[in-house]
Design a protein around this ligand. Structure first.
Ligand SMILES: Cc1cc2nc3c(=O)[nH]c(=O)nc-3n(C[C@H](O)[C@H](O)[C@H](O)COP(=O)(O)OP(=O)(O)OC[C@H]3O[C@@H](n4cnc5c(N)ncnc54)[C@H](O)[C@@H]3O)c2cc1C
Length: 542
C-alpha cells in the first residue's frame, strides 16, 4: 500500500484515540487504513519506564510543548500545556493514572442529548478496553488491550495519608472505578510488569503486522481536503515534501483537544469571523470549533518530610539511585514503577454535593514546578484539583501556518464557583494533612506555609502556583446545540465523511483523569464507524 494512494479510512493522529481506531478499524482485514502521526516512533526509554514521565515534559522530540496565553485569573502566568507528539500521543507521556470519571458524568452527557453515552451504555466499552490485573467483575474487564495494574507496593507516606483520611472522618475506597468513586486509596496505573502501557504499545503494536494498515510517522497533516461539504482526504508534510492521501470512506480526526480544532480551523471549519480574518475559505461556519475548552487546575502543597523515604532522597544519592535501578531491572519493582500520583482520593468539599467535587494526589517527591529538579531534602506533595470546572476557554489559530501553535486560553478560575470549590478543596486537604497520622511525617508545610490562613490567602496561593493536570477537553464538543461540533455518533455536524474521535469531543470534562475516557470514546467510536459503513450511512451528519 502506498501512503499517497486511496484508503477506506484516514486517521489523523496516533494518540490515545488514534491507536485504538487503527487497531479496531483494521481488525477484520477488510478496510485499508492510513494512520498519520506528526511525531516519531516511541523508542525513548523514558517513555516505557513509568517514572520517566518527568523526563518527557521538556523533550521536543515527544512533546508539542505548548503553553497557554497569559491567564488573567492566574496573575497573567502562561501555563505549560504538554501534549504527546509520538506514537501513542499523550498516552506515551502521561502520568499513567487509571481513572474513568464518575458514572454521573456519563449520565450527564446523555442528559445533554447525547444518545448512547449514559454510564450503562459506556461501561461495556470501558470493560472491553480493559485487562484488569485484579480480574473481572461487573465494572472491570479482562483480556482487553489496555493493561491496568495495582502499584507494586505500599509506601509509608501513602499509608499515613490513608490513616489520616480516616482520622478526618472521610472514607477509604480501594476501587475508584468501581461502584463509587468517593474515598481515598492507591491509584491503579496503565502499566504491566512495571512498563508503561500506552495505546501505541497495547493497541497499535499488535496491528502493525496487518497488511491493511499503513502507519506514517513524522508527518504533519496540514489540511483536511473537501469536495464541497464532503471530506475526501488530507494533505500532509513529511521530510519537507507535501503529499496527499484520499479516503473513500471517512477522514477521522484524532489530534487531541488542541490540535483537532486547530486542524479543522486551518481546513475552513470553524468560526467564520476568525477564518475570514486569516483569509481562509469557509467550508462550514462552526463557532463551536475550539470553543468550550475545559481543563482541571491543580494546586500543589509542598511538605518537608521528617524521614528520608521520598523520591528526593533517592535522586540525590548515587548509591540509592543504583539500588532503585537494580530493583527495577531485576524485579520491576520500586520507585521507577510509579506514576504521577501514588495514592489519592475523591472527596466532597460540600456535604450537600451529590458526588465528589475534588481529587487529591499524593506525590512522593517535591519540586518547585512540574518537571523541575527535585528538592535535595526529603519532601512530598499533596495536590488538589476541582473535578467539574465551570470555566470555559478556547483554542484559536493565529495564522494559516499549520506549524504555528494555536492560541490556547483555558481561562482557569474565571467562573466564581471554581474559585470557591478550589479554596474549599485546599482547606479539606489541610484538614487531612494536619491529622496525627500525617503529622508524624511533616517537618513543615513549605508551601503555602503557615502564613496562608484565610480563604483569600488560599485563593491567592492558587492563583500564584495553580497549574494544569493536563486534561484539556471539549473543544470539538459532542451535542445537538448550535455550538456542538460533532453529533452523538461523533460525525462533524453539517459535513460528510468526517468525524472527530478523541478527548476534544467530550461534552463536558469527566471527573477524573481523562485517558481512560478517551480510550472508551475511541472504542465506541470505532464500533459506530464500522456499523455505519455496514448500514450504508457513512458519516453524513445532520
Ligand atoms: C503530561 C501529561 C500527564 C497526564 N496524566 C494523565 C494521567 O495520569 N491519567 C490520565 O488518565 N490522563 C492523563 N493525561 C491526559 C491523557 O493522557 C489525555 O487526555 C489523552 O491521552 C488524550 O488523548 P487524545 O487521543 O485526545 O490526544 P493525544 O493522545 O494527545 O493524541 C493526539 C495525537 O495526534 C497527533 N497529532 C496532532 N496533530 C496532528 C497533525 N496535524 N498531524 C499529525 N498528527 C497530529 C499528536 O502528535 C498526538 O500523537 C495526561 C496528559 C499529559 C500530557
Amino acid at each position: 500500500m502506498k501512503a499517497d494512494g486511496a484508503f477506506d479510512y484516514i486517521v489523523i493522529g496516533a494518540g490515545s484515540a488514534g491507536c485504538v481506531l487503527a487497531q479496531r478499524l483494521t481488525a477484520s482485514g477488510d478496510n485499508r487504513v492510513l494512520l498519520v502521526e506528526a511525531g516519531g516512533q516511541d523508542r525513548n526509554i523514558w517513555i516505557h519506564i513509568p517514572l520517566g514521565y518527568g523526563k518527557l515534559f521538556s523533550n521536543p522530540k515527544v512533546n508539542w510543548l505548548y503553553t497557554s496565553e497569559p491567564e488573567p485569573e492566574l496573575n497573567d502566568r502562561r501555563i505549560i500545556q504538554p501534549r504527546g507528539k509520538v506514537l501513542g500521543g499523550s498516552s506515551s507521556i502521561n502520568g499513567l493514572l487509571y481513572i474513568r470519571g464518575q458514572a454521573e458524568d456519563f449520565d450527564h452527557w446523555r442528559q445533554r442529548d447525547n444518545t448512547g453515552w449514559s454510564y450503562q451504555e459506556v461501561l461495556p466499552y470501558f470493560r472491553r478496553a480493559e485487562d484488569q490485573e485484579r480480574g473481572e467483575d461487573e465494572f472491570h474487564g479482562i483480556g482487553g488491550l489496555l493493561a491496568v495494574s495495582d502499584v507494586c507496593e505500599p509506601h509509608p507516606l501513602c499509608e499515613a495519608f490513608l490513616a489520616a483520611v480516616q482520622q478526618a472522618g472521610l472514607p477509604l475506597n480501594d476501587d475508584f472505578n468501581g461502584p463509587t468513586q468517593e474515598g481515598a486509596g492507591y491509584y491503579q496505573l496503565t502499566t504491566r510488569n512495571g512498563r508503561r502501557w500506552s495505546t501505541a504499545v497495547g493497541y497499535l503494536r499488535p496491528a502493525l503486522r496487518r497488511q491493511n494498515l499503513e502507519v506514517v510517522a513524522n508527518a504533519l497533516v496540514t489540511r483536511i481536503l473537501f469536495n464541497g461539504r464532503r471530506a475526501i482526504g488530507i494533505s500532509y508534510e513529511r521530510g519537507g515534501a507535501m503529499r496527499t492521501a484520499h479516503a473513500q470512506g471517512e477522514v477521522i480526526l484524532a489530534g487531541g483537544a488542541f490540535n483537532s480544532p486547530q486542524l479543522l480551523q486551518l481546513s475552513g471549519v470553524g468560526p467564520a469571523p476568525l477564518l475570514k480574518s486569516l483569509g481562509i475559505d469557509v467550508i462550514a461556519n462552526m463557532p463551536g470549533v475550539g470553543a468550550d475548552l475545559q481543563d482541571h487546575l491543580q494546586v500543589r502543597m509542598q511538605y518537608h518530610c521528617t524521614e528520608p523515604i521520598t523520591m528526593n532522597d533517592i535522586m540525590c544519592s548515587r548509591r540509592r539511585q543504583l539500588a532503585a535501578g537494580l530493583r527495577y531491572v531485576l524485579w520491576r519493582k520500586g520507585l521507577l514503577t510509579i506514576g504521577a500520583g501514588y495514592a489519592g482520593g475523591f472527596f466532597r468539599t460540600d456535604p450537600s454535593a451529590a458526588t465528589p467535587d475534588v481529587q487529591v494526589h499524593i506525590i512522593i517527591f517535591s519540586a518547585d514546578t512540574a518537571g523541575a529538579a527535585l528538592h535535595t531534602f526529603p519532601g512530598f506533595i499533596a495536590s488538589v484539583c476541582q473535578l467539574r470546572p465551570e470555566s470555559r476557554g478556547h483554542v484559536r489559530i493565529r495564522s494559516t501556518d499549520p506549524r504555528e501553535p494555536p492560541a490556547i486560553q483555558p481561562r482557569y478560575l474565571s467562573a466564581p464557583n471554581d474559585r470557591e470549590v478550589l479554596t474549599r478543596g485546599l482547606k479539606l486537604l489541610r484538614r487531612i494533612m494536619t491529622q496525627p497520622a500525617m503529622q508524624r511525617y511533616i517537618v513543615e508545610e513549605r508551601a503555602p506555609g503557615p502564613g496562608c490562613r484565610s480563604d483569600e490567602d488560599l485563593l491567592a496561593f492558587a492563583r500564584e502556583v495553580g497549574t494544569t493536570v493536563f486534561h484539556p477537553t471539549s473543544t470539538c464538543r459532542m451535542g445537538s446545540d448550535l455550538n456542538a461540533v460533532v453529533d452523538e455518533r461523533l460525525r462533524v455536524r453539517g459535513l460528510e465523511r468526517l468525524r472527530v474521535v478523541d478527548g476534544s469531543t467530550m461534552p463536558t470534562i469527566v471527573s477524573g483523569n481523562t485517558n481512560a475516557a478517551v480510550i472508551m470514546i475511541a472504542e465506541k467510536g470505532s464500533d459506530m464507524i464500522l456499523a455505519d459503513a455496514k448500514a450504508g450511512s457513512v458519516a453524513a451528519a445532520g
